[in-house]
Design a protein around this ligand. Sequence first.
Ligand code: SAH
Length: 254
Amino acid sequence: MSGSVAIVGLGPGDGSLVTPAAQAALDRATDLIGYIPYVARVPERAGLTRHPSDNRVEVDRARHALMLAAEGRHVAVVSGGDPGVFAMAAAVFEAVEQGDPAWRRLAITVEPGITAMLAAAARLGAPMGGDFCALSLSDNLKPWDVVTARLEAVLRADLVVALYNPISSARPWQLGAALGLALEIRAPETPVAFARAVTRPDETLRVMTLAQAREAPADMATLVIIGASGTRLIPRGPGERPFLYTPRSVPAGR
Ligand code: SAH
């Protein structure tokens, strides 16, 4: 069994943010597996067979990758951002855990990528300068009451919160509910950022107060960052977006 699976993070979108190690793993691959828009980001070349698949079939996709590798193919499984953040790496290991015991002996590697949270933070300033956490707001894989219990706990802990998967056509109201919960726990003037399609041609960045945020539009390509009590704006010139940052230090007693 000399095949391999490389689970590769493609970063937030711009080609310059694909790491050299990720690119090398793509260059070695004989087969490319992933959600259609991520597979589309990798240029076609001779010797590379592409297997794009629809969303929400992650474990089937992972099994397919493992079966091809067991036949001796060198498979790259691609994710946007980092493959370990709400993405394919865990799906591959889930398939390994449940599947053919021989799959455990395959060469399986994970190539990290720049996750949306860090790409968005870099564009905005330094909102993750203190303690922070990342939550997926999707209730496809966990019950909604688990999502809200975790969100409430981290809001009370005064962590900066990055919300992945804030909304989709099947989940239209969850983001509003999450921001409503935040407004019960955090000050209405807390900064909230909506970072959409970061590093892609259609990137948009908006920063507003928590009180304004419930009305703000978001979609599947948006990452929402809710500030902590220390998170603040540094105003700049007219028409210039302020810097958003969270100081590294926290005053005693907070
Ligand atoms: N593995 C990915 C996350 C997958 S979950 C990563 O590490 O970035 C998908 C969610 O990620 C989207 O709903 C959105 O919240 C966020 N996301 C992915 N790419 C993004 C980008 N370029 N800009 C803003 N948010 C993004």
